[in-house]
Ligand binder design. Sequence first.
Ligand code: HEM
Ligand code: HEM
Length: 180
Amino acid sequence: MTSTTPPDRYAASLRWLHWSIFALVLLAYVFINLFELFPRGSATRGNVLAAHFLAGLAVLLLVLPRLAVRLGHVDPPVRPPLDRWMAVLSKVTHVALYLFLLVQPVLGLITLQVGGKAISLFGFTVLPPRFGAGDRALSHQWEDIHGTIGEVFYYVIGLHIAAALWHHFGRRDNTLRRML
Ligand code: HEM
Ligand code: HEM
């Protein structure tokens, strides 16, 4: 007779991907908040902005394998089990976070490409504009959407972190330990 015990934690690959992506999203936010401190036209300002682009693109590169692993993954159970409303709220938040990780970098990329702008780091062009000179007004519209989503997700990510801490220190369940 064979019995399969459910796992205690998320698969190692999912845990690594979760924390790596967290670090990259944090960097993307840090760089975008820092670049405006440097004078317009300065090399440092350009490099810090490029660092924002590259951290964001790395998020996109990592979220794809993460979703692929996740789809065939058996979830470690939460002990004690969640009430239905908690399970629904956490599912909705996680789906929103995954959509954010996919859509936000793509919107940033569209902003640059529509604007005819390259990604250049230390004078080296990492990604040239592929669709000609660009349209500044249209690019600004994409940038506005990208910026608004970026602002909204400060709160969604904040809610997610607060929930993780509440599970650990308030409800004292194993939710956070499953991701460590
Ligand atoms: C998870 C990834 C990302 C996050 C969380 C993020 C977030 C943000 C935020 C909060 C802003 C500031 C908006 C404002 O103040 O109006 C911004 C601006 C911007 N982002 Fe991103 N972004 C990400 C990825 C990317 C990527 C991959 C690109 C391009 C390849 C990109 C391109 C831009 C551009 C062009 C701006 C406008 C910068 C300026 O003011 O000149 N972003 N982003
Ligand atoms: C940019 C920041 C973050 C993003 C985008 C993010 C994204 C996600 C996503 C999409 C999931 C769902 C995993 C799945 O079931 O496939 C998740 C789970 C989880 N995250 Fe985060 N996370 C972030 C930061 C954090 C931080 C800082 C903590 C801890 C303080 C944390 C703790 C957890 C825990 C404990 C889970 C498992 C929740 C559960 O299974 O019910 N996350 N995260």
